[in-house]
Design a protein. Structure first.
Length: 270
């Protein structure tokens, strides 16, 4: 498993396939394995890189001095530099899209395209931010995501009609329950505060290249509803695609639809 040291910490990533580069950036609380269906399909034609966010998967702890999503975008650029990749298409879901927009705005010449999935770059609505911060405080104090918190957190990521006994649901719940206290306190909670305490980038969305940008959203995404996706797409001037029968992790709830949408978008760029 390849690692690169960035800001003094080991960042884990996978690098599969050959061709134009595609960088997959996933959701908070998920690791690069969430992209398995897309990696399998896209790597037939593309060089696919998927990274683990700090404190997630195999990556090390959040580096000291990482205080904003701009830092995370800079660290992702360092990964591309390490891999000698001049240009890539960035597919960012949730927090991956939040820092992905920052990368696109700061270094537009490094991207061939940008796909923003189930994400929002405006500020978090204040009641939601306070609610999430209260959950972070509980996790920080107890050093565990307790069963009653799992009952709250896990359903957020899926469409309302998902079978809670499904492997997708149960595996995610088990992963969160198994997170060790030091990882929660040193990385997961601080990363959550960075994510949900972000500043507003909506006024800058017009700077993105509409011709090389796509917004995708699960039609039943609860934390990042389609209304937010449409708002961003309108500000960018780019298409907005809704994924049927999908919640926040739309690429896993309807992998075939998402993979097809990504292949279509990438083919347009070749």
């Amino acid at each position: 498993m390849p690692f690169v040291t960035i800001d003094g910490r080991p960042l884990h990533y996978i690098d599969q396939g050959t061709g134009p580069a595609v960088l997959l950036a996933g959701s908070y609380l998920w690791d690069q394995a969430m992209w398995a269906p897309q990696i399998a399909a896209l790597s037939q034609q593309y060089r696919v890189i998927a990274l683990d966010l700090w404190g997630h998967g195999e990556s090390g702890a959040l580096p000291a001095g990482t205080t904003s999503l701009d830092d995370v975008a800079r660290q992702a650029l360092a990964l591309l530099d390490h891999l000698d990749i001049d240009r890539a298409t960035l597919v960012g879901l949730s927090v991956g899209g939040m820092w992905g927009v920052r990368l696109a705005l700061s270094e537009p010449q490094r991207l061939n395209g940008l796909v923003l999935m189930d994400t929002y770059v405006g500020v978090e609505p204040e009641p939601t931010r306070q609610y999430y911060f209260s959950l972070f405080k509980m996790i920080e104090e107890t050093g565990v995501i307790a069963p009653q918190l799992l009952d709250i957190v896990v359903p957020i990521f899926f469409r309302p009609g998902i079978d809670p006994q499904s492997a997708l649901y149960q595996d995610f719940r088990a992963k969160l329950a198994a997170l060790p206290p030091e990882r929660l306190r040193e990385s997961i909670v601080p990363m959550g505060r960075i994510t949900f305490g972000r500043d507003d980038l909506l006024p800058r969305l017009g700077e993105l290249d509409a011709a090389t940008t796509l917004v995708i959203c699960g039609d039943q995404d609860k934390p990042r509803p389609p209304s937010e996706a449409r708002e961003m797409a309108q500000l960018i001037g780019c298409p907005c695609v809704l994924v049927p029968e999908a919640g926040h992790i739309s690429n896993l709830e309807n992998p075939g639809f998402v993979t097809e949408a990504l292949l279509k978008f990438l083919a347009r760029k070749r």
